[in-house]
Design a protein around this ligand. Structure first.
Ligand SMILES: NC(=O)c1ccc[n+]([C@@H]2O[C@H](COP(=O)([O-])OP(=O)(O)OC[C@H]3O[C@@H](n4cnc5c(N)ncnc54)[C@H](OP(=O)(O)O)[C@@H]3O)[C@@H](O)[C@H]2O)c1
Length: 203
């Protein structure tokens, strides 16, 4: 398969790249990528990325493990702060589906990334939780309208083991998710037949 991983240098993304690179051709995209630069908060940048990729043939799978949202107490979040998550993690991923689907082969898949905050938010996460929940609803709805048997899913995991030291204090009592367990979600979406599914990996 030819697989694009947006955010492929991140904590989650690099594990995805490592896993699929064993048997597949993997293209790694991100803001600082030399070969496949993209900022998902910028629609023009997404269009440019897929235009470039299309020249060398369509993709079998697109995985997005990128997107930001501002974390702060609700009383301190301005409307502009909320727009960070709306533009990056929410509309960024919606636009990856909207624009990226045209660069997908028949039966290709798109896998987005959210997180446990959609179902089990913690303090300071009104923006991130809201955005994650929005993507879950989007995925279920857009799967009904995909053409050529293309599929869209989202992997929603708890705090992953590789990021646990960084986030542990924000998630009291949340068990870290082993990286191989997290990977099962992406494999299930890319290699399985599921469609419109929120693949939850919370314990
Ligand atoms: N870490 C966790 O425990 C965890 C658990 C569940 C869900 N998540 C979610 O999973 C996603 C990835 O998390 P992570 O911990 O792997 O983050 P990370 O380590 O900060 O990595 C983020 C990756 O995405 C790229 N990126 C960031 N913003 C981008 C943008 N606007 N356009 C294109 N690429 C962008 C980064 O590369 P460049 O800087 O080069 O762009 C990097 O490759 C996030 O949405 C996060 O909320 C994380």
């Amino acid at each position: 398969m030819k697989i694009l991983v947006i955010g492929g240098t991140g904590t989650i993304g690099k594990r995805i790249v490592e896993h699929f690179s064993k048997d597949h051709q993997v293209l790694v995209a991100g803001r600082s990528s030399k070969d496949y630069p993209v900022d998902i908060a910028d629609t023009r940048s997404i269009k440019k990325l897929f235009k470039k990729i299309k020249k060398s043939g369509k993709l079998d799978a697109i995985i997005c493990a990128a997107g930001e949202a501002k974390w702060a107490p609700f009383k301190d979040l301005s409307e502009t702060d909320f727009h960070i998550g709306l533009r990056s993690k929410l509309m960024g991923q919606v636009n990856v589906v909207r624009i990226g689907q045209k660069c997908l082969k028949r039966k290709g898949s798109i896998t987005l990334t959210t997180g446990i905050l959609a179902d089990d938010p913690v303090y300071r996460t009104t923006s991130a939780a809201m955005v994650n929940g929005g993507i879950h609803s989007f995925v279920q709805a857009v799967a009904l309208e995909m053409e050529d048997e293309k599929r869209v899913n989202v992997v929603s995991s708890g705090v992953v083991m590789d990021a646990y030291a960084k986030y542990e204090s924000y998630f009291p009592g949340h068990p870290p998710i082993p990286m191989d367990k997290m990977m099962h979600g992406y494999v299930r979406s890319v290699c399985g037949r599921v469609n419109g599914e929120v693949i939850r990996i919370y314990s």
